[in-house]
Design a protein around this ligand. Structure first.
Ligand SMILES: [Zn+2]
Length: 201
């Protein structure tokens, strides 16, 4: 068996990129390769609704128990699962454009309406640790949960610290203004190799 590149990880049988965004919403956006094009990515990591669920669990957004129950639900409603995945991939494109300031009015509207829909589905429930916002546990949960987090990111102080990797277009938080690349292991290293090649030419 060949070893995976160091920026990828095998999680429950699914290959996923290791988080580099320092924010789950940015890592969600980074689940496809090279945002330098809007066409199909060379590598798409959200290849199925189940892969999307496993990514949520890996990112700490869904508990293992909820992930397990939703994988079962998806198995008995495959058509809805496919529809949810398509909605997720559509939101990911819109959100990328909103986060990078490239959104048209209709792109912004599409992302905003989804975030509002997610907010309308929340219920305030009492738990042992006090009241918390909760979304119904159904196949819409992972996308709506991400939409709520995206709404918080867009309207909060972290928005100013979102940076774009100049090589691949991935997003990451850079509150101290020190990062240039999404990851030194991939884009940073490639840039170093290019610079070295240019120097020794
Ligand atoms: Zn990069």
């Amino acid at each position: 068996m060949t070893a995976l590149p160091s920026h990828l990880e095998l999680v429950q049988g699914v290959v996923l990129p290791k988080p580099v965004g320092a924010h789950p919403v940015l890592d969600f956006v980074n689940t496809r390769s090279e945002w330098t094009t809007r066409g199909p990515a060379r590598t798409e990591w959200l290849t199925s609704y189940e892969a999307f669920l496993i990514w949520n669990s890996y990112a700490g957004l869904l508990s293992p128990a909820t992930t397990f129950r939703l994988i079962e639900q998806a198995g008995s409603s495959p058509t809805e699962a496919v529809r949810r995945l398509q909605a997720t991939l559509g939101f990911r494109v819109d959100l990328y454009d909103v986060l990078t300031g490239q959104a048209t009015e209709s792109t912004f509207d599409a992302a905003a309406r989804l975030i509002e829909k997610a907010a309308a589905r929340r219920r305030l429930v009492q738990t042992e640790d006090g009241p918390v916002w909760e979304l119904p546990e159904d196949l819409a949960l992972p996308l709506y949960n991400l939409a709520l987090l995206a709404g918080d990111l867009l309207t909060g102080p972290s928005r100013e610290h979102v940076r774009t990797c100049p090589s691949c277009g991935w997003l990451f938080l850079d509150p101290r203004g020190r990062r240039r690349w999404c990851s030194m292991a991939t884009c940073g290293n490639r840039a170093k190799v290019r610079a070295h090649a240019a120097r020794t030419r």
